[in-house]
Design a protein around this ligand. Structure first.
Ligand SMILES: NC(=O)c1ccc[n+]([C@@H]2O[C@H](COP(=O)([O-])OP(=O)(O)OC[C@H]3O[C@@H](n4cnc5c(N)ncnc54)[C@H](OP(=O)(O)O)[C@@H]3O)[C@@H](O)[C@H]2O)c1
Length: 347
């Protein structure tokens, strides 16, 4: 059995741990903790083995946390590591641990694709380049925004291809996640050089795409406003919606009033971690005029990348066909069922 270790137990690591611990096909070794806080207790209550840096074992034991071993021990035993370090921390882990120990790894979207701190030469987006990651040693799973963008752009490209002239995208990003203890500042912050534009071009090199990004004081979800310009008259509203009807991980909603409506519904419905794991196109905001289509969708920042990491694992390690990988992912995350429920709730 393939042995997998998750290095990090923050918002992403704890969700990955919930999913992987439920997968009977792999041996889930456990998670890494670096701070002896109540999240350690949470991991132990969920029966995850907890590994810590060797120099901190005493610190965790003083607080009566049951520790299975050191992070190095766990990595030595693993066939692949999913790195879930806080933004940028994956680079040091690669240099200090994964490369010397010759372990393949999946990195998260906060890591660099280019420059001195680049961790991999490919960004994965299951809708676009799933097959290209098969057998790779290091791959970045695109961030929540980048994953959502690929999921929406690719069906349009497949349907309308050369008819599309350019994409302009405004990302309205949440400032923090619901579980984050950090304060949300009362400010709308801009990003003078959003990384999302180049990240998307990594897997859709031909995209004539321009991205602006703002952070708003909210914890719920991101909203993306995508403007698509066509060479001539744009396709009808029905043809645009048709392109998304049967898409895995895209729900078509009509009556949500905002991101909190969707998140709160997911929590009320008992979806694990309150995640929908998808993007939600808000049909009532879809505008079609002359050569232009405007599409607005919300993107479940925390949930979106978890099935994406799982799909990436199916390609890198199991070399599964995409159809089989989607079948397995749907079984584990119940994406199709959640999509149907959300579409009924917000019809
Ligand atoms: N949050 C999201 O919505 C989201 C969505 C998509 C992608 N991402 C990306 O996913 C990554 C993780 O984000 P996050 O939101 O989960 O961050 P987070 O909640 O801040 O958690 C980061 C974790 O890193 C751990 N850590 C500290 N030093 C470490 C090390 N050397 N190696 C590994 N882990 C270490 C921390 O452990 P202790 O708590 O024990 O100190 C903490 O649990 C980032 O690249 C981020 O950009 C995040």
């Amino acid at each position: 059995m393939i042995r997998i270790f998750i290095n990090g137990y923050g918002n992403i690591g704890r969700r990955l741990a919930s999913a992987l611990s439920a997968d009977k096909e792999i041996k889930f070794l456990g998670i890494a903790k670096y701070t002896a806080d109540n999240k350690t207790q949470e991991a132990l209550e969920k029966r995850f083995d907890v590994y810590v840096p060797s120099e901190l074992i005493r610190h965790f034991k003083e607080r009566n946390y049951r520790i299975t071993g050191t992070i190095k021990d766990a990595i030595a035993q693993s066939d692949i590591v999913i790195d879930a370090a806080k933004e940028g921390g994956g680079f040091e882990n690669k240099k200090r641990l994964y490369e010397p120990m010759k372990k393949p790894a999946i990195f998260q979207g906060g890591e660099d694709r280019h420059g001195d701190r680049s961790v991999a030469d490919i960004i994965h987006n299951s809708r676009v380049n799933y097959e290209k990651t098969a057998g790779k040693t290091y791959v970045i799973q695109g961030s929540c925004n980048v994953s959502g963008i690929g999921r929406v752009m690719q069906p349009l490209i497949e349907r309308f291809g050369n008819e599309i002239k350019r994409y302009d995208l405004t990302l309205i990003r949440r400032s923090a996640d619901l579980e984050d203890s950090k304060q949300v500042h009362d400010s709308i912050e801009w990003d003078k050089n959003p990384h999302h534009q180049n990240d998307v071009k990594d897997f859709i090199p031909s995209a004539n795409l321009y991205v602006d990004a703002y952070k708003v004081p909210s914890r719920m979800m991101h909203v993306h406003q995508m403007t698509v310009r066509f060479n001539g008259k744009s396709p009808s509203r029905d043809r645009i919606l048709e392109a998304f009807h049967n898409e895995f991980g895209i729900a078509l909603l009509s009556s949500a009033k905002g991101t909190a409506d969707v998140r709160t519904k997911a929590i009320q419905l008992g979806f694990e971690h309150g995640d929908t794991n998808m993007v939600h196109i808000h049909q009532e905001l879809l505008r079609v005029e002359d050569d232009t289509v405007k599409i607005a969708y919300s993107d479940d920042q925390t949930g979106m990348v978890i099935p994406e990491n799982y799909l990436l694992l199916q390609s890198m390690i199991f070399k599964c066909s995409k159809t089989e990988a989607i079948r397995k992912t749907d079984h584990l995350f119940q994406i199709s069922k959640k999509k149907k429920i959300l579409e009924e709730e917000f019809n």
